[in-house]
Design a protein around this ligand. Sequence first.
Ligand code: EPU
Length: 439
Amino acid sequence: MDKLVIEGGRPLRGTIPISGSKNTALMLMAGAVLADGVTVLENIPHLRDITTFSHVLRIAGASVRFDPETHVMRIDATRIDFPEAPYELVKQMRASFYMLGALLGRCGQARVSLPGGCAWGPRPVNLHLEGLRAFGAEIELDQGYVVARAPGGRLRGGRFRLEPPSVGATVNLLLGAVTARGSSRIENAALEPDVVVFGRALQQMGARIEGLGTRTIEVEGVDALQPVTFRNCPDRIELGTFMIAAAIAGSPGDTIYLTGAEPSHLGEAFLEAFRQTGAAFTFDGDTVAVTVPERLQAVSIETAPYPGFPTDLQAQWTVLLSQAEGAGFVRDTVYPDRFKHVPELMRMGLQARVEGNTVFLEGPQRLQGAHVMSTDLRGSVSLVLAGLVAEGETHVLRVYHLDRGYENLEGKLSAAGIAIRRESYDEFATPTPESAEEN
Ligand code: EPU
């Protein structure tokens, strides 16, 4: 297995490029299943989740070619003849569940493994199932699989209210509705930019959708969608992560540039909280310039669906709070159990208290390098951020979590002045007296 080793205390400086959005790319790939022909997707990040989802598409019969240099993906979905997403792949990545809506929309039937829980707790899919049922799907469970069928080969459309406004369920319902026989309405739909960009791609393919970016999305079903060339948007969570990295690990007074970004996708809550820490930032086209303050001020946050503070940035914000002056908290109302990174940060000396869905801490704190374990994607990157400011070496184990969602993290950070390297290690090696001495 691989780990990242970070020597703390080096200032982050210069320019960091932002990759294409992982979560939007997965939606766009699912959308390509609806089009009989070759869809070309640009600005697709080279990530493990993208590779996993490419396999999911191939199982269904698509041919997927990806060039990691140009970041262009070609999906030939002329032949989709095996409408199934197997457990082995869905368990690696929950977004594979998008195949339910995509295959129902394209083939009128689907057999997709249920995802089960995730690293930080249960993540239900009840809204995906109830919503597709409301649009006419007949759904049964069979040995851990969802077996869905559209009577007569096409969903009829319908009306469904999401509570809460789930990103994934909005996507699955859009995938099902765009080629339904009739019209559909998704109430309390997700407003996340990923969903809006995905909806625009569907429109470009010929889908008739109104209300993207509002709480009510109306869809008029069409007979078929056409393949298109579409450019994916930048990754907003990667941008937020590097803005936090700049604020905590940059030299006071210095400016760090994040290029190829779309800052409006971060939402007002994150930008406002970031501003209140004292870190200055400006936008110029697709570049975000972060100027590092002398001192960071603690700002408490509470996650919420877009345009609220993203749950995917709360672990990183915890590390920011540890470097800021004053007391603060991080509350996650979207995923109340998403705190697996906190005990790992405590191994680095973090003093914090988790109560229910909230972590309380007071800064600034001195962190020490340690061996810490990645537990999930965003939690792992918080350990890397802590490593940037810790004294000594931090070893972040099980880097495969990071490889799911951060393209070339160590390459980008080393180019920005950080001493970081990837090493392989034996997860199950038993320490001997000799190895203990070496360490
Ligand atoms: N929910 C239900 N029932 C459902 C679906 C969701 O109760 O059927 C609840 C969830 O338990 C949660 C809330 O709705 O409390 C929001 O979950 P949502 O469905 O919006 O999340 P998701 O679609 O499964 C996506 C991202 C996550 C991100 C969340 C929230 C992708 C592939 N995943 O997940 O990203 O945390 O939205 O913004 O787009 C990540 O990138 O690290 C990641 C986990």
